[in-house]
Design a binder for this molecule. Structure first.
Ligand code: NAG
Ligand code: NAG
Ligand code: NAG
Length: 153
């Protein structure tokens, strides 16, 4: 006879697999292969927006996605580092993004003595693409069909 505990456990496993962004196929990092860094923008030093591939492989589908990097990155005594709900923008200033083969976040952050120091982090170590939405840790950003109009520069 199948016990109630077994059924509850089975249901819990199913819910975990299908509802948790960290369940199964997702690990932290690796968005570099699936998102378009050209046209990526950083608003207010912490809101990151860009196009990322979704699961509509047949039509080569993309969505525009926003994630708040304050959910993903913290300031550890002057060094940006992956940290769930790290809220680096509360203490770091002058944040910008740069890209080559990966996307870098670059800020001035206070160190142990409250002196401003320069810090850079490879966001590919932290951000992942989940069906066209950027995510980190247990957080998923939103997505839309079209992004904002490109800035005139
Ligand atoms: C991004 O991260 C993924 C997963 O760790 C890795 O396979 C890939 O080589 C990285 N890409 C770059 C450009 O660093
Ligand atoms: C998505 O998130 C961004 C950043 O938080 C926000 O500005 C935007 O309004 C959101 N868009 C939708 C469609 O929810
Ligand atoms: C994401 O993009 C697909 C096309 O690839 C589109 O059909 C879908 O509506 C978009 N999702 C959202 C939430 O806008």
């Amino acid at each position: 006879m199948v016990s109630l505990a077994c059924i509850v456990q089975a249901i819990t496993v199913i819910l975990t697999v299908f509802t948790s962004p960290t369940g199964g196929q997702i690990t932290n990092g690796g968005f570099a292969s699936f998102c378009a860094f050209t046209g990526a923008i950083l608003v207010d030093g912490h809101l990151l927006g860009m196009y990322c591939e979704n699961n509509d492989i047949a039509i080569f589908g993309y969505n525009y996605t926003w994630i708040d990097l304050d959910y993903c990155i913290g300031n550890y005594i002057g060094m940006l580092r992956p940290q769930e709900f790290g809220h680096y923008s509360a203490s770091c200033r002058g944040c910008i993004i740069n890209f080559d083969s990966t996307l870098w976040l670059d800020c001035i952050c206070p160190d142990l003595r409250h002196l401003p120091v320069h810090s850079t982090i490879d966001l590919n170590t932290t951000l992942f693409d989940y069906d066209g939405a950027l995510g980190c840790f247990r957080v998923l950003g939103n997505k839309t069909r079209e992004g904002p109009p490109l800035p005139n520069n």
